[in-house]
Write a protein that binds this ligand. Sequence first.
Ligand SMILES: [Fe+2]
Length: 494
Amino acid sequence: MRKSKLKSLQNNFSILTLDDDPIMTSTLQAFFQRSGYHVDVEHEPYRAIERIRQGQYDILLLDFLMTPICGDQVVAEIRKFNKELFIILLTGHKSVAPPIKTIRELDIQGYYEKSDRFDQLELLVESCVKSILQMRTIQNYQNGLSSIIDSLPQIYHLQSLEHIMDSILGTAVSLLGVGSGALEIDFSAFETQNSAISGPVPMTRTTGQADTPPALRELLAQNAFEASGIIHRDSWVMCAIQNAQGEIAGLLSAAMPAPPKEDQVQLLQVFSRQITAALNNVFLHSVVSRKNEELTQAYSKLRDSYMEIINALRLLVDARDIYTCGHSDRVSRYCVLIARAMGKDEAYCERLRIAGLFHDIGKVGVPDDILLKKGRLTDEEFEKIRLHSADGARILSAISMFRDIVPIVRAHHERIDGRGYPDGLCGGAIPLEARIIAVADSYDAMTSNRSYRGALTVEAALQQLREGCSTQFDPDVVKAFLSIEDGAVYHLSQ
Ligand SMILES: [Fe+2]
């Protein structure tokens, strides 16, 4: 450290000299005051301890041999409440100095044998000053980093841009220990990833009172920013805020009386990187929100299309369903009731509702003279009707949104004993949804009037279901249907 620089710093340090010899204390005071230190004197050990407790001293120069207590005892008392004070012990002769062990234990920075010349003592004091400066720098880093860490939850918390900017600015002025600051950010640089000063007018926040800092545009035009991203101009220190691509997107300014110290520059750099990360976080979140909104809208449109297709197909089914009069609707409702009785979730019930609605859609391919025939069908006509489950599956497979009900529709005339159609599947090989439709379909057919027979009573139809268990129907499905407590459910077709 250059002498002149050290001299200028010495005004910031205060020394207390403690010695029961007034000549010694006044000599030391005169000597160190000439070097620029603030120096107080004290002759009584206990009063010196109190002054240290209450005052703001950086260095204590104290005699070893004193009454009523010696220098090492004074230091022992001070160390109970102050570990930071730098202490130099003065001795008349090294033979009366305390042992090295004591000096170490009491954290005494040095001892000095009194003489007419103070050169050596001055060197010791200067060494203390350097250590104190380093400690202050470390303390500044610690405080600054703590302040940055404390501010992170606020600047990372997703809130309005104004709030985020206020948090950033508040932390910055606190970091630099100043009262005035300004923050200007061009958010388009984060949003569009284009050049830093394109797009909307930058947002600006200020705190305290000071002259307006130089504008970002002006500084960019002058190519004023160096690698550190920090410059000092007039009474302002300014830190560039960059976007994720390293482009300058904003300016953090603080009114400072003097150029920033090295530790302040480094802390500002750390903080500016946090600002960049926080602002990118905000905009990533906004992009995700926007995409979510677009997806929601797209899903809503898809849902509308889905409903339109369902309605169109319903019209088709209804047109072929005049004779059976609402059969598909009722089957759909029975299916949902059975699925609920079996504890199935809403997605399952919805799939079954649609499958029940369109289970007979393949009948559009059956000629009217067969479908609407009054009287019994011939074997050949019946064979044509039997094609409807496979035809229905083929029709629905052309529409991607119905793909999950295709195997259900195909299997709705399969039987547990394997004597159904079109594939002759047995038991668990038949999709459960198809086994549910089989019960609902048969029950509704039995309780509806047909051209070739009248409707069965509810009890007779339920009995048919019971008798068909394990041959035509899945017993668990029949059991679930019979467990429905609301009696009105069984009369939908009447
Ligand atoms: Fe059918």
